[in-house]
Design a protein around this ligand. Sequence first.
Ligand code: BDP
Length: 335
Amino acid sequence: MKKIGLFCMVLLLAGSLIGVLAAGREAVADAPIVLRLAETHSQDYPTTQGNYEFARLVEERTNGRIKIEVYHSSQLGEERAVLEQVQFGAIDFTRVSISPLSAFVPEFDALQMPFLYRSGEHMWQVLEGEIGREFLASLEESESGFIGLCFYDAGARNLYNSRREIKTVEDVRGLKIRVQEAPLMMRLIELMGGVPTPMPFGDVYSALQTGVIDGAENNWPSYYSTSHYEVAKYFTQNGHTMVPEITVASSISMAKLSEDDQEIIRQAAWDSMDFQKEKWADFEAEAEQIIRDAGNIITMPTPEAIAGFQKAMEPLYAAQPAYVQDVIARIQAVK
Ligand code: BDP
């Protein structure tokens, strides 16, 4: 009798163990795949809004199987360090400026040359057309560890500083200007006669405040959202570059997903562009207005002065390798 009782108990235990294991397996199968995206800007910034839209589309189109968590405000690190982690697959996605990416893949200089695009429309014709698509695909082929997904708007970059009004390129002489950690940006400021000082985005505010640097360069939204406009009052609308933003995936992370899921991710990122562009246009206008209202000294250089900035960039064009020169010519030919 005792033996039968024991036997029954063993059976019962084994049964419930099997039950628990099966339930566990089901839970694993149902658990969403969670991927991480790193973003340097704050939560309400247009690029971050674009990231959320990308994440929303991926979640919707995979019926919740894939979730992308957006880590904004440099929670996962500054752009250069984040890009390294994306190469190792430690971070799955990031949205960065093309400048820091160009330090890893120099061919991207072709998309961020000074005074390259005639307008925002021209830039988008290029990025959404054959050339932009080619660049996204070439990233993958370059075995850089990145997969290019889409571009976002970042308007035009302009000079600002805490020392003096800049009306012409000659006025830049001797000013210490922070640049992104990219060789092209270093050279650009050097050719204007300034002293380029590369540093991560997050360090710029205190460097301006303490006088370690005299100025920096960026678009209206970044000048505003970082509060740089409070410590560097002189802003010159010289628009020396339009540097597109780019979202990249880690090829290591992507390789773990099915072909179908990879395709959903690519398409969702591409489809988030229009949303970001709209947010960008609104925020750019809003930031400019706030800065003007704050009483900053805003200088619009004359056409001759702009021509002076452009002329100063000629050696940078001349120094580009043949491949970049070809792309530049193709970009200039885009109507
Ligand atoms: C902003 C870009 C951001 C850059 C930053 C910078 O959106 O991704 O890293 O400039 O200057 O315009 O570092």
